[in-house]
Ligand binder design. Structure first.
Ligand SMILES: NC(=O)C1=CN([C@@H]2O[C@H](COP(=O)(O)OP(=O)(O)OC[C@H]3O[C@@H](n4cnc5c(N)ncnc54)[C@H](OP(=O)(O)O)[C@@H]3O)[C@@H](O)[C@H]2O)C=CC1
Ligand SMILES: N[C@@H](CC=O)C(=O)O
Ligand code: NA
Length: 369
């Protein structure tokens, strides 16, 4: 039997996605042990915004009661530089799993990768931040040999990024990418403006989307179009466009003007119902044309144009007929011709997002030398 190779796993962020990931990690770890794999995964650190639980000697943390052990941890919370220092000193390969939506954590990826620590993440901030950060991340990874995967940053666990990379790497020419890229927006419009029936109140549907774990930690990041703009920035860059940032192209915001300067997400949620009439008008306008309204995005690679916003669709259109939090993403390419390659399914939710993260971890494990 080959000697057992240790791989240490550190998880930052234990919210909706993070908790599901930890449970999938436990299953993966047990499966490797049961199959007498040559790999042994040890969870050595878990952290939330104000709590850290870690193993100073890199022995594996137990999975039982992990959430409560983290909540009641009396260990001094480690700052990001301290976490990187701790992981860099580990006596084996390390994978950092970033399950936050933190820009600070994202900004540290180049330093993490430089130290040979691989990264898997659903966090969009690193790959849709400045173009310089994007370049620094991939150059640090190629210099150190560390791996970086972010499948769940677009379309949650749906194989969107891996598919686009394969189209590009095998020499296909991607001409256009379009569709519904937000689980939250999909859920909102499918329930607020359904193809049949009346639909619910806008603010109540927003609350439901938040309770179901579809929204960003602050739902305004979905409603202002920025979450979709981030995803399109990532896809456009992978398709070869040098998009500077998610604010460098037209993005329609659904935040009522009157609430743009509201300080907290909580206050925003409390006051949103005052402006339900605005979205109702948009819905009625589309209905007068026999259509429904949906929030979509598109990338025209040839024209170098990216845009995000509301559009009206016939009720029979595949985008109008989506259900739940489903995304639909169409890749138009030279090889696929007039009939695009289409990916459709749940685009938000803890379990499906964590699946993309765990899948990425498996890819890293397969590639670690
Ligand atoms: N939810 C979904 O359907 C999808 C989410 N994603 C992405 O997954 C990521 C996680 O989303 P989700 O789980 O829903 O969000 P949550 O708000 O539920 O969880 C975020 C977690 O990150 C922790 N956190 C935030 N900042 C820091 C920090 N600086 N250091 C340590 N921990 C931190 C929070 O700590 P605390 O618990 O203390 O607040 C919390 O545990 C986001 O990037 C999101 O965009 C991607 C696709 C789909
Ligand atoms: N808030 C996002 C979560 C996944 O990226 C969405 O609704 O799509
Ligand atoms: Na994905």
């Amino acid at each position: 039997m080959p000697p057992v190779k240790d791989v240490y796993i550190a998880v930052i962020g234990a919210g909706g996605v993070g908790k599901c990931f930890l449970s999938q990690l436990e299953t993966l770890s047990n499966r490797l042990t049961k199959n007498t794999s040559s790999l042994k995964l040890s969870l050595v650190l878990v952290s939330r915004s104000k709590k850290t639980l870690y193993s100073p000697q890199y022995t594996a943390l137990p999975y039982s009661n992990l959430a409560s052990s983290l909540d009641s941890s009396t260990q001094e919370p480690l700052s990001l530089p301290k976490i990187i220092e701790y992981l860099a000193a580990a006596p084996a390969k390390v994978v950092l799993v970033d399950n936050t939506s933190s820009q600070d954590v994202a900004d540290a990826y180049p330093q993490v990768l430089e130290k040979g620590i691989s990264i898997v993440t659903p966090n969009k901030k690193a790959f849709s931040g400045s173009y310089k950060l994007w370049q620094d991340i991939f150059s640090a990874a190629s210099t150190s040999g560390a791996k970086v995967y972010h499948e769940s940053s677009v379309g949650a666990g749906l194989p969107v990024i891996s598919t686009l990379k394969e189209l590009v790497d095998t020499g296909d020419e991607v001409t256009r990418i379009e569709g519904v890229f937000s689980g939250t927006m999909s859920f909102l419009f499918n329930s607020f403006a359904p193809t049949e029936g009346k639909g619910g109140k806008w603010s109540e549907e927003v609350k439901k989307a938040k309770d179901l774990g579809y929204t960003e930690p602050d739902p305004r990041d979905d409603l202002n179009g920025l979450d979709v703009a981030r995803k399109l920035t990532i896809l456009a860059r992978l398709a070869g466009l040098q998009v500077e940032s998610p604010t460098s192209f037209p993005v329609q915001s659904l935040i009522p003007k009157e609430l743009e300067s509201v300080g907290s997400g909580e206050e925003f949620m409390q006051r949103l119902h005052e402006f339900d009439g605005q979205m109702e008008d948009v819905k009625v306008q589309a209905e007068k044309e026999g259509k429904v309204v949906r929030f979509v995005g598109s990338i025209d690679v040839g024209k170098k144009e990216v845009k995000v916003g509301l559009e009206k669709f016939d009720r029979s259109h595949p985008i109008a007929a989506l259900k739940g939090s489903d995304n639909i993403i169409s890749f138009y390419t030279k090889r696929y011709g007039a009939n695009p390659l289409i990916i459709q399914g749940a685009g938000a939710g803890g379990e499906v997002t964590a699946m993309g993260v765990t899948g990425d971890l498996i890819k890293v494990l397969e590639r670690l030398s």
